[in-house]
Ligand binder design. Structure first.
Ligand code: IMP
Ligand code: MG
Length: 182
């Protein structure tokens, strides 16, 4: 994607994210209480920072696995066609599963991955997304837990990219364009 001049305005601070993850971890612990067969699955690549913080906050024994699905390419619009680029390493049949996503936007990615994981007969499957853009939804679905509901803005940081950049920001920021493509 060609570079387009932009600035990033902070939307959710690192501190606010950390505080919210503490709350979310308590809900997840209650839901999976007593389990010794929980696999936390991160949807690459956007969830890598969130899952790292989340599993360190969770007081549950967990295994961690990853799956990579692609719907955006390097653009800013969903292609609505979800491809699995990298599958899980482990089996989830009979296991408890927590699927971790960065953002639910149109809903196509989460819908597709949930469908695929359910076919493998996990004992329990729950979903969590750090961010939710409900006004953008095209498929009727909601993650079981949401970090923050946000308006229809393109965001970056805390693992989330714009054309592969800005994943390293410690906060969530919104992209504001300041000029034309150059
Ligand atoms: P969906 O299939 O339309 O729900 O798209 C979900 C995926 O699109 C997320 O996993 C993100 O990777 C990507 N995405 C959606 N909104 C944004 C955004 O504001 N910034 C960066 N990536 C986004
Ligand atoms: Mg993603």
């Amino acid at each position: 994607m060609p570079h387009r001049p932009h600035v990033i305005d902070q939307m959710i601070s690192a501190k606010a994210i950390a505080a919210r993850i503490e709350e979310l971890a308590r809900f997840i612990e209650a839901e999976f209480k007593g389990t010794d067969k929980l696999t936390v699955i991160g949807l690459l690549r956007g969830s890598f920072v969130f899952i790292a913080d989340l599993v360190r906050e969770l007081e549950l024994p967990v295994e961690v696995d990853f799956i990579e699905a692609s719907s955006y390419g390097d653009g800013m619009e969903s292609s609505r066609e979800v491809r699995i680029l990298k599958d899980l390493r482990g089996e989830i049949q009979g296991r408890d599963v927590l699927l971790v996503e960065d953002i639910v936007d149109t809903g196509f990615t989460l819908h597709h991955v949930i469908h695929m994981l359910k076919a493998r007969a996990p004992a329990k499957l729950r979903t969590i997304a750090l961010l939710d853009k409900p006004t953008r939804r095209e498929i009727d679905l909601k993650a079981d837990w949401i970090g923050f509901e946000i308006p229809d803005e393109f965001v970056v940081g805390y693992g989330i990219d714009f054309a592969q950049r800005n994943r390293d920001l410690p906060y969530i920021g919104k992209v504001r364009f300041t000029g034309e493509e150059g």
